[in-house]
Design a protein around this ligand. Structure first.
Ligand code: PMP
Length: 411
């Protein structure tokens, strides 16, 4: 192949949107594109708990810049695992934890490992999903056939639970991997209810499906880290109960990101946790994962992992972080209700209650591509063509402007 003949790839939508937004010099421009938290002045927010952890680290004179082991920082991995799985005795279902290049790296490492060692026929991905899932599985697991399962029911703006269950029931076979968003589904902001998660867990158990939880918003969604980990912990309890010899799936895994809940986007902090069925020897999976890491990144970066570990293992900093989560999640909730209120002020706009019932960073507005383009061209408001809007771009000063603009494009 001649390099001169390589076709050009279109720009990644969300990064292109951010670049176009930056280049726009209109004074009223609003970015509802990238999934990053912004404060009430539309500025990046360094969490006070992160600032305090940085200070504590800087005071520590023993801190150096040596390589970490291939699996990462042990103390970080312990607190990261406990955060998502709860502090439990892991003797029944062993857990292998590896530090990764944030959530993306964890998704990638999990996909590469499962493709090589579990060899599933299919990976099931929600429709719609975070766009990178398809790309990651295409690169890391080219032999695994990608399938989608219905997730969003547009007419009712709700979860297509029937479609999801019946597709998995009819099409998934033993050891197939199913990607689930642990909470605050991206892009829809709609999660299964607890009863629906229970039904899903039963289905996974009966059909021996491998659950792959993508956890990018723990604590960011509701402000409560335990509530946001409920589905993951429930799956673990149901699929791998203590003292049970019943056959079930071979394991499950969790791709954990600390980008949003610690505001550590650029530090690339994450972990992959592989939960194995009780009785599974862990050295095989663990050493194969290490081999993959060695060949791809050798070992992970240190700084972000140290920050997370410092916060989660110090009760004072941990309490600060809980407050930071409340600050972020409650501001997002307030913006959801203000946007709804401001849109519904206009006559004939219909019901916008979905803005409040959806959770997390994103809302699926229901706006069409034509609406989205007009919002950008005429009003300098940037969101994804799918109609996904990142709520954190809203604040008290611009929410009425955005609501009026939405009214103008849909009327
Ligand atoms: N999964 C989902 C669903 C996400 O929304 C994101 C962030 N947009 C990620 C994973 C990973 O992000 P990062 O690599 O920055 O941790």
């Amino acid at each position: 192949m001649r390099l001169a003949d390589i076709p050009e790839v279109p720009r990644d939508e969300v990064f292109a949107l951010t670049a176009d937004f930056k280049a726009d010099d209109h004074p009223n421009k609003v970015s509802l594109g990238a999934g990053v938290y912004r404060d009430e002045n539309s500025q990046p927010w360094v969490l006070p708990s992160v600032k305090a952890a940085r200070e504590a680290l800087n005071k520590n004179r023993d801190w150096n810049h040596e390589y970490l082991p291939i699996h990462g920082l042990d103390d970080f991995l312990d607190v990261a695992r406990d955060l998502i799985l709860g502090r439990e005795d892991t003797s029944q279902s062993p857990v292998v934890s590896i530090q990764t290049i944030s959530g993306t790296g964890a998704n990638h490492l999990g996909a590469a490992f499962l493709a090589q060692r579990l060899k599933p026929r299919h990976v099931f991905i929600s429709s719609p999903t975070w766009g990178n899932h398809h790309l990651i599985w295409e690169f890391a697991a080219p032999d695994v056939v990608q399938k989608t399962y219905p997730y969003y029911h547009a007419p009712t703006r709700s979860l297509d639970f029937e479609g999801m269950m019946s597709t998995l029931e009819a099409e998934a076979v033993e050891d197939d991997v199913v990607i689930l968003h642990a909470c605050a589904h991206n892009p829809t902001g709609i999660d299964p209810t607890r009863e629906q998660w229970e039904a899903l867990a039963e289905l996974f158990k009966r059909k021996k499906l491998f659950a792959f939880f993508d956890s990018a918003y723990q604590g960011f969604a509701t402000g409560d880290v335990d509530a946001d980990a409920w589905a993951v912990r429930h799956f673990r309890h149901v699929l791998f109960p203590r003292d049970s010899t019943a056959e079930g799936p071979q394991g499950l895994c969790i791709a954990q990101s600390f980008s949003k809940n610690f505001g550590l986007y650029g530090e690339r902090v994450g972990a992959l946790h592989l939960v194995l069925a009780p009785g599974t020897p862990e050295p095989g999976p663990r050493t194969q994962l290490l081999r993959l890491v060695r060949g791809e990144i050798s070992n992970p970066p240190t700084f972000g992992g140290r920050i997370v570990q410092t916060i989660l293992s110090d009760p004072r900093l941990r309490a600060m972080w809980d407050r930071d989560l409340q600050t972020m999640s409650s501001r997002i909730k307030r913006m959801r209700s203000l946007l709804r209120q401001e849109i519904e002020k206009h006559p004939g706009v219909g019901d916008w209650s979905h803005l409040e019932s959806e959770i997390g960073m994103f809302t699926f507005t229901g706006l069409s591509p034509a609406h989205v383009l007009r919002l950008r061209k005429v009003h300098h408001i940037y969101l994804m063509m799918s109609g996904r809007a990142s709520i954190s771009g809203l604040n008290e000063k611009n929410v009425t402007y955005v609501a009026d603009a939405i009214f103008e494009v849909i009327k």
